[in-house]
Ligand binder design. Structure first.
Ligand SMILES: O=C[C@H](O)COP(=O)(O)O
Length: 215
């Protein structure tokens, strides 16, 4: 299972979380990546943890003020990028162009969708992975895997029907090892989470507890 921790714009210390994630990944053998704010990509990557951007823009180099270039995210040390997060939704054509931009920069891609229909649609664009996240469960205490297991099962089926080479992750409310186990049982090969780590008093302990069933 891949554990992708999105720090969003939470007021945590991205370096402390990144160092904790690197230590837990090394000790457990579980693949863990951190997606910090764009301004923190290089500092987070310098810790040695696998680092992802939260978004890259559909454009390449040029007159695009305020954009996040895939090429510069990669140069800062990012190895992958989220796209179309529920909190940063994109037009379909821009998702397509951002996947292309990420590919040019050798960034792995994970495109989010709210439901199985959206997951099928974005899987057709050829990302490396997709992540299903019901917006109403994001930031809550109940994991998507227990609150709405069918949405995960159906998202796995929707992606597989389009392209069985696309990995399917799930997210929203995931914070415990049991949540991770339940996600795996539903066919997900990774989880996308945020508040369970970024808002934890002790992010390292939260990550250790999360991967404990896999270690
Ligand atoms: O990107 C992460 C997801 O939106 C899940 O957030 P959450 O773990 O706080 O529910």
């Amino acid at each position: 299972m891949f554990v992708l921790v999105n720090l969003k714009a939470y007021p945590c210390d991205p370096i402390a979380v990144a160092e904790a994630a690197r230590a837990v990944a090394e000790a457990s053998g579980v693949r863990i990546a951190i997606a910090p704010q764009a301004a923190d990509l290089a500092a987070v990557a310098d810790t040695g943890v696998e680092t992802w951007a939260q978004h890259v823009s559909p454009n390449g180099y040029g007159s695009h003020t305020g954009s996040t270039l895939a090429e510069r995210a990669a140069a800062a040390g990012a190895e992958g990028t989220l796209l179309n997060h529920s909190e940063n939704r994109m037009k379909l054509a821009d998702i397509d162009a951002s996947i292309e931009a990420a590919r040019r920069a050798d960034l792995e891609t994970c495109v989010c969708g709210n439901n199985p229909a959206q997951i099928g649609a974005v899987a057709a664009l050829g990302p490396d992975s997709v992540a299903v996240e019901p917006p109403e469960l994001i930031g809550g205490d109940v994991s998507v895997a227990s609150a709405d297991p069918d949405i995960v099962r159906d998202a796995v089926a929707a992606a597989e029907a389009v392209d069985d080479g696309v990995d399917v992750y799930c997210g929203a409310g995931i914070s415990t090892g049991d949540d991770l186990d339940a996600a795996a049982d539903l066919g997900a090969s990774g989880v996308l989470l945020a508040s369970g780590v970024a808002k934890a008093d002790d992010p390292k302990a939260a990550l250790e507890a999360l991967v404990e069933p896999l270690a």
